[in-house]
Each structure stands twice: as C-alpha cells, then as structure tokens.
Design a protein around this ligand. Structure first.
Ligand code: DON
Length: 560
C-alpha cells in the first residue's frame, strides 16, 4: 500500500513514504488525539464522531494500540490514567501490574545472594499480573458513555483483518527474533524466519479471539475463563508463577491524584506507585528557586542546575518511593520548600557534585525501553492522559500461546536487591523491595496541567527512568523558556538520574562547547539514543487545541 505524503504529513525516512501517513502537529478547535500510531489516533477520533467522550476514546485507543503496537501498547501490561473533566473534577486510575502471590523478596537472587542476570527481565518469571484490561473496564464503568464492546470492536477488527507493519515495527520485530524464538515454545505471528519488512500484513487471529471474549464478558473475558487458562498454561511452560487466583483477584484502583501548584499552574499527575508526580514536582520546585527562566536554553548553567536537581531527586526516589499500599511515602516532606532548599545547600554553580554515596557500578544506558503514552481532549473539554507499559520492548518477550499477546516483564521495576541497578540503571531499596501483591515503583508520569484553573496541557511519554525528566523538560520548555509546543516536544533532551553519575544527551542537543564546559565542571557527558517520545496537547491562548506528536517515533497527532 503506498500513500502519498501530503505537505503536513511527515514521512519516516527521507522520501520513502510511511505505511500510514504521519502528522506531527495538528491544530483544531474541537478535540485532539495524539498517540504512538496513526491507526490508534484514528480509533480515538472515530469515538468522538459517534458521540463518545475522552474516556471512551482512551479505551478505544488502548485496545487499538494492543493490536497495532504490540511492542508496548499491550494488554499484557499495566499503566496509569489521569483524568480531568471539563468542570475540573480529577481522577487517577492505577492499573499497574502487581507481584504474583508467590513472589518473594529474593526471587531473583542466586544461592550466594547475587542477582541472576536477566531473570527479572526476560521470560516467564519476569511477568507481573497484568492490569490493562481491568483498568479499561474500570475507567469505562466510571466515565464511559458508549457501550464497552463498541470501543474494543475497532481493535478486534484490525486484529482479525490485519494491519500493515510500519518501518519502525518491522525493524523492531527483526531485532528481537532470537529472543522470541528462545523464550517461546508455541507458534506465534511475531516470529518470521525471513524477517519482516515495511508493509507486510499482520493478522492476529489469536488476539482477535481474546478481544472478542473481552467484548462479550468484560473483565472476566481476560481474568477468567479461556484467556486466563491460556495465560496459566503459558506460565507453566517455563517456571512462571502467576496463578488463576492472581488473575481473579487483580483489581485496578482509583487513587487520589497527585496535585501540586507551580506558579500559576497546577500539576495533576500520578501518585505512588508512580514516582512520576512527586519526582517531577521536586525537580520543578528545585530549579524554580534558581530562576531557570533567566538562563540560556541548554547552556552549561541550565544543564548543570537541572542535573544537580535531578541527582538529588533520583537519590530520594531510590530510598523513599515505593507502592504506598505497602510503604509510607513521605510525600509532604519530599515536596517541602525548606527541604528542597536544604537539599541544594551544597550546590556549587561551578562544580558537579559526585554521586558517590552508593557503590552501584556504572551501567550501560538502557538496552531497550518501551512503553507508550497518549493524550486526548474531547469536544466537551474532558482530558485524559494515559501511559501504559509492558516495560522492555515486547516485555518478557513471552507470547501467551494461542492468545497472541506479549506479557510484561514489569517485575524488573522492583529493586531485586538493594543498590543493584535495574535495566534503567535505577537503584532501589526497602521501599521498592518485592512483596506479594505489591506494585513495583514506576516512572510513568501521565500528567495534566492547568493554568489559572483552566486546562493547559496534557502530556506524558515512555522512556523508563527518562520519563520524569522528559515530562519536566517539555513543560519547562514552554513555561520557563517560552517555546511553542512543537519546539518544546521536538527539541533534543538531556537526562541524569543520580546513578549512573552521568549526563545522558541526545545527539545534537548540547554544543561541543557546552559539553566541554560541563566536563570541566566535573560532569561526565554521554551521548545516547533518543530520550522519550512525548505526545502532548496544549490549549492555545485563543482556546484552540494544539496536538504535537514526538518526531522520535511514528506518533501521530490529529484533531477533529
Ligand atoms: O513503569 C516504569 O517506569 C517502566 N516500566 C517504564 C518503561 C518504559 O518507559 C520503557 N519505555 N520506553
């Protein structure tokens, strides 16, 4: 299938047209959907045409992503949803995976107490109890307008009739073929000995059957009956520990949204088990005290200040943050102005502070990072910000036999052993130790921001540990550096997280000169692959909506 690239559409690589046209920026006065895949964006817009609201659209988008974006947008994972109604009512839904009942603190250690490489990351033992389906059911029960089955139907149709594989997806499938083969014993549609190429059709009959059961039975279509049996059969093939009981008692929970003022703005984001809301506001409040808006964008002063703030905030994250159902999170203290000021007392504007209080070795930048975020505003002005994940690319790489979806490897987000970094280089401690039914600490930061009590921005991103700093930079670029949304999302980013003691930068972000200056101050600067994939919506001064899809992926923004 060849589609022409119309001027406003950008193609993925040079003159080679994208399988589905991709639009990076859209302005509309009615409604907006920005997601990781053009077909998922379309699924959301179709809902509006049928009179559905933002939550209806979120449900349709989520299930569509499970079909068109299996590497991240999957029903085998979990996530968070932030909602703000047109009248200002807010809600936060936690459908994060949970540790299975048989999980225990030392389950990834060998007899000498060392972490067994890869055990929390690949294969059946790395899987947390999935939360996506119950999350969508609960969101819909509370706010949905259209029948649930109608919202799953477009995904079902795409799974059954097939979609075309994009360039990005083909590359990813091919990259992980060996893992798919090693970690699976059952036939699945993601394995292809001759390799996938752009434009190949992908028909997912097994997944279609699962979606059909979800359409007919709702939550029970996944957590009970045939789908549950297939998940448990898959678990038994290779030492997985999830049981029928784990599935049956999975429950997504509504939590009090994290809410914190910042100048004339209000940040509405995810509370624990996400570290996102707290850490984001810790960084913002720390840098605000140093008049960041007076600094030159990505100058050594700017990068140094933000790095020093992030260093301290990620150190707090490692010690103080975990699932608040199991651990007392000192939220108030962490955001206390005097506390944040005291944390910066040893800040030297000319010198890096070494992150040497933990003996974790320097680890390589993350090998793989896949999660997905989407932002939605409906014609009435209701807003939804959703980030979901199966953790790594294709999660545990395990496809449920005869059910056709990947299971997450979210157990790696726990701290397998105090001070030992996970795949994102994040270290943790007691607060995030493994316990049965506990939710692993997350960095996902789906966020809605108001300005003078009116909706202002809806944003979020994948990117593991870089999620928090990418959300921070996007908002900061607008609020402090006066950028428009497109620049704010597309400008190159940098990231630091206490350990490893480095500033990671995207190629082309900092100038050679600034890099030299930072190195002269004692920082280690390292170029890495793209940071984040922000999909955002902003309300323009005239009330219209601007949607921007990150140019780091095949993401697509479109309004009504
Ligand atoms: O919840 C978390 O923080 C991680 N599981 C997110 C992983 C992620 O963003 C990978 N993606 N790009």
């Amino acid at each position: 299938m060849t589609l022409l690239c119309i001027t406003i559409f950008s193609c993925q690589s040079g003159t080679d047209p994208a399988v589905y046209p991709i639009q990076k920026q859209s302005i509309s006065d009615k409604a907006m959907v920005v997601t990781a895949h053009p077909l998922a964006t379309q699924a959301g817009l179709e809902v509006f045409k049928k009179g559905g609201n933002a939550i209806d659209a979120a449900v349709a988008v989520k299930f569509a992503l499970a079909v068109v974006y299996p590497r991240a947008g999957n029903i085998g994972g979990g996530g968070f949803l932030i909602y703000r109604g047109k009248d200002g009512d807010i809600a936060a839904l936690d459908f994060r995976e949970k540790a299975p009942l048989a999980a225990h603190r030392d389950m990834y250690l060998d007899s000498l107490g060392n972490v067994v490489d890869g055990l929390s990351k690949d294969g059946h033992l790395s899987v947390g109890v999935p939360g996506v389906v119950d999350g969508m059911v609960k969101a819909h029960q509370k706010y949905g307008k259209l029948p649930f089955a109608d919202l799953v139907a477009p995904a079902y149709k795409m799974a059954k009739e097939g979609i075309l594989i994009t360039q990005g997806e083909a590359e990813h499938y091919n990259k992980f073929q060996e893992d798919f083969q090693t970690l699976n014993t059952q036939k699945n549609v993601f394995t292809n000995e001759t390799g996938f190429k752009k434009g190949d059709p992908l028909i997912q009959n097994d997944l279609a059957e699962v979606l059909e059961r979800i359409m007919k039975e709702g939550k029970a279509g996944f957590y009970e009956g045939k789908t549950a049996d297939l998940i448990i059969q898959e678990m038994k093939r290779n030492n997985g520990i999830i049981t029928h009981k784990d599935l049956k008692q999975y429950d997504a929970v509504w939590r009090k949204p994290f809410q914190e003022p910042y100048r004339e703005y209000e940040i509405i984001s995810m509370p624990p088990p996400s570290s996102g809301g707290i850490a984001l506001c810790q960084i913002m409040n720390t840098v605000e005290a140093f008049s960041i808006s007076d600094m030159e964008f990505q100058s050594k002063e700017h990068v140094h200040l933000v790095t020093e703030a992030e260093r301290r905030v990620y150190a707090d994250r490692a010690t103080h943050l975990g699932d608040s159902d199991f651990w007392t999170v000192p939220r108030k203290q962490l955001l206390d102005e005097a506390y944040l000021a005291q944390r910066m007392e040893n800040f030297d504007p000319n010198k890096a502070t070494p992150s040497d209080s933990i003996q974790a070795g320097n680890i390589a930048p993350p090998e793989s990072e896949e999660t997905t975020h989407f932002s939605i505003v409906d014609p009435e002005g209701n807003a939804v910000s959703v980030t979901t994940t199966i953790n790594s690319n294709y999660g545990s790489k395990v496809v449920v036999g005869d059910a056709g979806f990947f299971l997450n490897n979210e157990m790696d987000d726990f701290s397998a052993k105090p001070g030992v970094p996970n795949q994102f280089g994040l270290v943790g401690n007691e607060a995030n130790a493994i316990e049965p039914e506990k939710r692993m600490l997350s960095s996902m930061t789906p966020t809605i921001i108001t300005k003078n009590d009116e909706l202002f921005m809806v944003l979020g991103t994948p990117g593991g540990s870089t999620i928090i700093t990418s959300v921070f930079q996007t908002f900061c670029n607008v609020a402090e550096f006066g950028m428009g949304l497109k620049d704010a999302v597309h400008r190159k980013r940098f990231h630091s997280q206490w350990l490893p003691d480095k500033i990671f930068i995207e190629e082309g972000s900092l100038t050679e000169n600034v890099i030299k200056e930072l190195e002269g101050m004692g920082h280690v600067v390292e170029v890495r692959k793209p940071i984040g994939r922000v999909d955002a919506i902003m309300v323009l001064p005239d009330g219209r909506l601007e949607g921007v899809a990150d140019n780091r992926g095949e993401d697509h923004a479109e309004g009504l």
